[in-house]
Write a protein that binds this ligand. Structure first.
Ligand code: XMP
Length: 514
């Protein structure tokens, strides 16, 4: 069911920026969805978008097997904006030509706007833009005119106002194009005549109605993990069906310090939700005993979670639905990218459970990006402590204890990790960092404390910035913050006598150590 009266369609040609395009559109309060370029004209007609955006992509339009689009798309009367490859494709399909180039133009450029109307309305004469392309449009299709150029290129943007088809060679969706948001908004509001009406408030209204209609008077079970997504999903479902929602919080023994208690307290106290907290830590740790292989750790934790959840959900009488905090990046059908969660979420694979218990799945966040889930949580009145939480992997501390996992090592890491986060929060950095945490290494080193020689563990500190977890850069933490973290861990955590800082980026390293 598609309940959005106004929506933009982003056709994906494989660009690494496709998701960004959809997000920029949503930031303008217009609902957007990403679909593969080859969905066909019938799909587009049925989808009924008011705006179509063709993404960039890595191919050359003349390559064998290059992604293509039916010319009929331009006869539907729906305005089209082509970005980079999207623009080259417009040129090719509508009778212009594209020059194959051996050299990429990559980086900033100064755009000189020839036609300050349409998508360039209100932008002034020049704009800094981000280029990332090899090929370029050589000859305009009939009916088009050049709307912007640069020193390097006589054709950076083109339009056919009568057909309402636009092309830009640069990337308006990236932050390196400061006026890019305005360009996208011009397209949506001035060209497509859309209204900025998609807000979290309207989302809550429509989705609670939808949940009510689907669930009726039946019971729903929801697994709470301590992360943002499951908590927001639960609060939203609770808003819709109240006491018919039953939450199960499995403490797997590899959670952070105080995490389970905090989330439980908030959801219980502020939202009066039914939460059943199950302390299954002994079970998990028993199964993890002696296991050092990271993937086996993941499988064990995933499998055990399903067992425990199954048992607990089985105790709730008359449950018919399972609510899950699946996000949009997990469900996008995409040409080139797969959200990192496609594989990493395997530990929460409850597919078998659904079948066995004959439960139906509801995924109230499946249309949302992560930042939208946070905005939704705020709109639902959830505290910053939950909505602004950094991502935490399902297998938890088990993949941050290198080597075998024991209760003792979990306790040591929990303390070191808590200090790390406390100091990062005190320095006002927590919300500026994608993930920050401590890792416990499987080596001991010599130290000296007072007059005594020590032989203890090493803790590594990791802090990274990232947009989606796919790539990441290590954070240049101020030395003073590093110093406080190190001094406090060595003084306060028994069993650690050395702290090191991880200065590797992803790729080639990963965010987690296992
Ligand atoms: P890596 O280590 O692959 O991590 O650079 C990328 C992002 O994914 C998270 N991650 C996981 N999340 N289950 C999860 O739920 C997992 O098994 C898992 N492994 C990695 C990691 O924390 C980072 O945000």
């Amino acid at each position: 069911m598609n309940i959005h009266s106004q929506k933009a369609l982003v056709l994906d040609f494989g660009s690494q920026y496709t998701q960004l395009i959809a997000r920029r559109i949503r930031e303008a309060k217009v609902y957007s969805e990403i679909h593969p370029f080859n969905k066909g004209v019938d799909f587009i007609k049925a989808f009924k978008p008011q705006a179509i955006i063709l993404s960039g992509g890595p191919s050359s339009v003349y390559d064998k097997g290059a992604p293509h689009i039916d010319a009929e798309v331009f006869r539907l009367g729906i305005p089209v904006l082509g970005i980079c490859y999207g623009m080259q494709l417009i040129a090719k399909v509508l009778g212009g030509s594209v020059e194959k180039s051996k050299h990429r133009e990559y980086g900033p450029a100064e755009l000189i706007i020839d036609s300050p109307s349409g998508i360039f309305g209100g932008l002034g004469r020049t704009a800094k833009v981000w280029m990332s392309h090899g090929d370029r449009v050589e000859k305009l299709p009939r009916g088009f005119e050049v709307t912007a150029h640069s020193e390097n290129s006589k054709l950076c943007a083109m339009s056919d106002e009568s057909r309402r088809v636009y092309g830009v060679q640069f990337h308006p969706e990236v932050v390196h194009t400061p006026k890019g948001r305005k360009i996208i908004q011009n397209f949506l509001f001035n060209v497509c005549r859309m209204k900025p009406s998609w807000t979290m408030k309207s989302f809550i209204e429509t989705s609670t109605q939808e949940i009510k209609a689907t669930v009726e008077n039946n019971k729903v079970v929801c697994g709470i993990s301590g992360g943002v997504d499951s908590a927001v999903a639960a609060v939203l479902v609770h808003r819709a069906i109240g006491a018919n929602l039953n939450c199960v919080f499995v403490d797997n023994g590899v959670l952070r310090k105080g995490e389970a208690a905090k989330v439980e307290a908030t959801l219980k106290k502020s939202f009066s939700m039914n939460i059943r907290r199950v302390d299954a830590s002994a079970r998990f740790l028993k199964r993890l005993k002696g296991v050092t292989d990271p993937e086996r750790k993941r499988k064990i934790i995933g499998g055990e979670f399903v067992h425990v959840f199954d048992e607990e959900a089985g105790k709730i009488k008359g449950v018919k639905f399972l609510a899950q905090g699946t996000l949009y990046p997990d469900v996008i059908e995409s040409v080139s990218f797969k959200g990192p969660s496609a594989t990493i979420k395997s530990h929460h694979n409850v597919g078998g459970l659904l079948k066995k218990m004959r439960l139906k799945l509801i995924e109230p966040l499946r249309e949302l990006f992560k930042d939208e889930v946070r905005a939704l949580g705020r709109e639902l009145g959830m505290p910053e402590e939950i909505v602004a939480r950094q991502p935490f992997p399902g297998p938890g501390l088990a993949i941050r204890i290198i080597g075998a996992v024991t209760k003792e090592r979990c306790d040591v890491l929990r303390e070191a990790d808590a200090i790390t986060l406390e100091e990062i929060k005190k320095a006002g950095l927590y919300n500026k960092i994608w993930q920050s945490f401590a890792v416990l290494l499987p080596i001991k080193t010599v130290g000296v404390m007072g007059d005594e020689r020590t032989y203890e563990n090493v803790a590594a500190i990791r802090a990274v910035n990232s947009v989606d977890g796919m790539t990441a850069d290590w954070v240049r933490l101020p030395y003073e913050v590093m110093e406080r973290i190190s001094t406090r861990i060595i003084n306060e955590v028994r069993g650690v006598n050395r702290v090191v800082y991880d200065i590797s980026s992803k790729p080639p390293s990963t965010i987690e150590w296992e």
